[in-house]
Ligand binder design. Structure first.
Ligand SMILES: C[S@@+](CC[C@H](N)C(=O)[O-])C[C@H]1O[C@@H](n2cnc3c(N)ncnc32)[C@H](O)[C@@H]1O
Length: 314
C-alpha cells in the first residue's frame, strides 16, 4: 500500500509551491460545457418535481466550479434568482457568457436531457431523459426566454460585481452563513461538491439557515478517492498525517466523510431525507489496512461510492 501512496503524497508536497498551486487550481471539471450544465440542472429539477411541483423561485448552488452555467440553466427555466457560493472563483465572464448562449439554444430547442451515454459519471440517474414538458410548459418557457429577460440576465453576467444585480449574485469565498438572509432560498443544490467541503457541519447549518421552511435541497455526492489511490476507496487508508501531506497546499481536496455522516448531519440540522439513492461498489481492501478513523465504518459506508440525496427543511 505504501508504494501506492508515494505518488499522491509527492504531489501533495509539490502542491505547497505557490506557482504549481495556481496552475493546477485553474479548472474543476464539468461546468466547462453548456450541455453538462443543462443535464445537471434538469436532473435536479426533475428530482425536485418528484416531491414538489413547479419551478423554485430562489435557488442557491454550492460549488459551481468553472462556470455559473447550472445556475443559468435554473434562470432559463424561470427561476427568479440564483446565488452561487464557492471557495475559489474558477469562472470568468467570457466563459459564463458562452455557456449562457449555449444554454439558451438548448432550452429554445427543448433538447432532451443528455443522458448516461453522454455523461456516464453524472448522478442522479433518471428513468426518462426526455425534455420535461410537464414541468417546463410552453407558457413558462415563453416568459423565461423572453428576449428582454435574456438581455437583462446577459447584462448581469457581463457585470457580475454590480451590487444592483438581482438575477445572479456570487459569494466567493464564503465562510459565514450570514452572507445572505435567513429563509431566503427555496431550493439548494450541489453537484460533486459536498465530498470536498472542509466544514461539512457548518455547510449543512448554512443550508438550514438559508432555506425557507419546506425548502428542498438536492445533492449529488461522490465518495470515491478522486485519484488519490488506485482503489476507489483507498483514500481511507491514509493516516491523518499522510492525508495532510497528500492534500498539500490545496484549499480543499476531499473530506473523506462517509455517507452516514451526511445522513446524520442533515437530520441534525432539521432536514428530513426524502430520497436517498446510494451507488454501491465492492470493497476489496481488508479492514486492517484502513486508517484507524475508518476501520470500523459500517458495511454500508464502506461500499457506498456515490449518493444522491433529496431533503426537505422541516
Ligand atoms: C469537483 S468541483 C464541481 C464543480 C461543479 N459543481 C461541477 O459539477 O462541475 C468541486 C467544487 O466545489 C467547490 N468547493 C469546495 N469546497 C467548497 C466549499 N466549502 N464551499 C463551496 N464550494 C466549495 C470547489 O471550489 C469546486 O468549485
Amino acid at each position: 500500500m505504501w508504494k501506492e501512496k508515494l505518488i499522491p503524497m509527492t504531489i501533495g508536497v509539490v502542491l505547497h509551491m505557490p506557482l504549481v498551486k495556481t496552475l493546477l487550481s485553474y479548472r474543476t471539471g464539468g461546468t466547462i460545457e453548456g450541455k453538462y450544465c443543462y443535464s445537471v440542472w434538469l436532473r435536479h429539477l426533475k428530482m425536485l418535481n418528484s416531491v414538489q411541483n413547479g419551478i423554485p423561485k430562489r435557488v442557491a448552488e454550492l460549488g459551481p466550479g468553472d462556470s455559473l452555467g447550472i445556475g443559468f440553466a435554473a434562470l432559463l427555466s424561470g427561476c427568479e434568482s440564483f446565488r452561487a457560493f464557492d471557495v475559489i472563483k474558477y469562472w470568468n465572464v467570457e466563459r459564463n457568457l458562452n455557456i449562457f448562449e449555449e444554454l439558451v439554444v438548448l432550452f429554445k430547442n427543448k433538447a432532451p436531457i443528455p443522458d448516461n451515454t453522454e455523461y456516464p459519471k453524472v448522478q442522479p440517474r433518471l428513468d426518462d431523459y426526455a425534455f420535461p414538458d410537464n414541468i417546463l410548459s410552453d407558457e413558462i418557457l415563453k416568459d423565461a426566454l423572453a428576449e428582454s429577460r435574456l438581455e437583462a440576465i446577459r447584462e448581469e453576467i457581463k457585470n457580475p460585481d454590480n451590487p444592483g444585480n438581482t438575477f445572479v449574485k456570487f459569494f466567493v469565498p464564503w465562510d459565514d452563513y450570514k452572507v445572505i438572509n435567513p429563509d431566503s432560498i427555496d431550493f439548494v443544490y450541489s453537484q460533486a461538491v459536498l465530498e470536498h467541503v472542509e466544514d461539512l457541519e457548518g455547510t449543512y447549518f448554512a443550508f438550514s439557515k438559508w432555506l425557507k421552511k419546506g425548502g428542498i435541497m438536492s445533492h449529488s455526492i461522490d465518495f470515491k478517492c478522486h485519484r488519490t489511490t488506485k482503489s476507489w476507496n483507498g483514500h481511507r487508508t491514509y493516516s491523518e498525517l499522510e492525508w495532510k501531506i497528500v492534500k498539500g497546499g490545496r484549499k480543499f481536496l476531499i473530506n473523506r466523510m462517509p455517507y452516514s455522516a451526511h445522513q446524520e448531519l442533515q437530520k441534525k440540522h432539521g432536514f428530513s431525507i426524502l430520497k436517498d439513492l446510494p451507488a454501491i461498489m465492492a470493497n476489496d481492501i481488508p479492514r486492517s489496512k484502513f486508517s484507524r478513523r475508518f476501520r470500523n465504518l459500517s458495511e454500508e459506508d464502506m461500499t457506498t461510492s456515490e449518493a444522491y440525496m433529496l431533503s426537505v427543511k422541516e
